[in-house]
Design a protein around this ligand. Structure first.
Ligand code: MLT
Length: 258
């Protein structure tokens, strides 16, 4: 049985939001490695994981509202909120609408800015492609971009896990998310107003979210810490779960004992 209290303080709830096109299985190593320090909740964002019909477009606000409904249903008022990449976009949408529900913020391999015009057009092309041909083409194209060369060489189990997670997503969910990401606003303006402990984590080799992106977020948030994990790319929590969990454990202890 997990302790409900940590040194006299209640264990925080750690809500981890996956990226695109993933599901809750992105967080397998965190569910196992952090649950002594926090109640870890890793939901499937709308349409991901189990699939099912979704609208043509799901915005970051839609996902955030769905996550809020989940917390309300469980009677959870405050969480340490973490999101990787698209999950980070959702986390910022949640923070904007329900700042009082956030007791700590973890921004992982993500950015606060909006898409450039050419990136928006590419999102629609992705949506059309997966609806026409399924997700395996997308998975093949993304794999070398989200995992570092070292991970691909040394961790075949991680490669297989990521490939199968991407391939099993419902094309309708993937298309709706791609269109929703294209529509997301710049939320950089929120960062200087963050009043809770914040940790920005990225991979030294993340080409999708280059280092200056994370540096800018960490500099904008008062008191935030930036951790750059060497040898990993976009899926830092899976590529080097030990290092990732080590820094998040430190962060959780700090949030629990401010
Ligand atoms: C993700 O990992 O969630 C995506 O790379 C985010 C994006 O395409 O902007």
């Amino acid at each position: 049985m997990r302790p409900r209290y940590l040194g006299g303080m209640p264990r925080p709830t750690l809500l981890m939001l996956h990226g695109f096109p993933h599901d809750h299985a992105l967080w397998t190593e965190q569910m196992e490695g952090l649950s002594d320090l926090a109640e870890v909740i890793a939901p499937d964002l709308l349409g991901f994981g189990t699939g099912g019909a979704v609208p043509d477009v799901l915005t970051m606000e839609d996902y955030a509202a769905d996550v809020k409904a989940l917390l309300d249903a469980r009677g959870i008022e405050r969480v340490v909120l973490g999101g990787l990449s698209m999950g980070g976009y959702v986390a910022l949408a949640f923070l904007q609408r329900w700042p009082e529900g956030v007791q700590g913020l973890l921004l992982i391999n993500t950015r606060a800015t909006a898409d450039a015009l050419d990136a928006r057009a590419a999102r629609e092309a992705t949506a059309m492609e997966v609806l026409a041909n399924g997700t395996s083409v997308l998975a093949r194209a993304m794999l070398p971009r989200v995992l570092s060369e070292k991970t691909r060489r040394e961790k075949p189990d991680v490669v297989a896990h990521v490939r199968s997670m991407m391939e099993r997503q419902d094309p309708r969910a993937v298309a709706a998310a791609a269109r929703g990401m294209a529509r997301r606003p710049d939320r950089s303006f929120l960062l200087p107003g963050v009043r809770v402990p914040a940790l920005v984590i990225t991979g030294a080799e993340d080409e999708l979210m280059p280092l200056p992106t994370s540096q800018a977020m960490a500099e904008a948030i008062p008191g935030a810490r930036l951790v750059v994990i060497p040898g990993v790319a976009h899926l830092s929590n899976m590529e080097d779960a030990d290092h990732f969990n080590y820094v998040v454990r430190d962060f959780l202890r700090m949030v629990s004992h401010p």
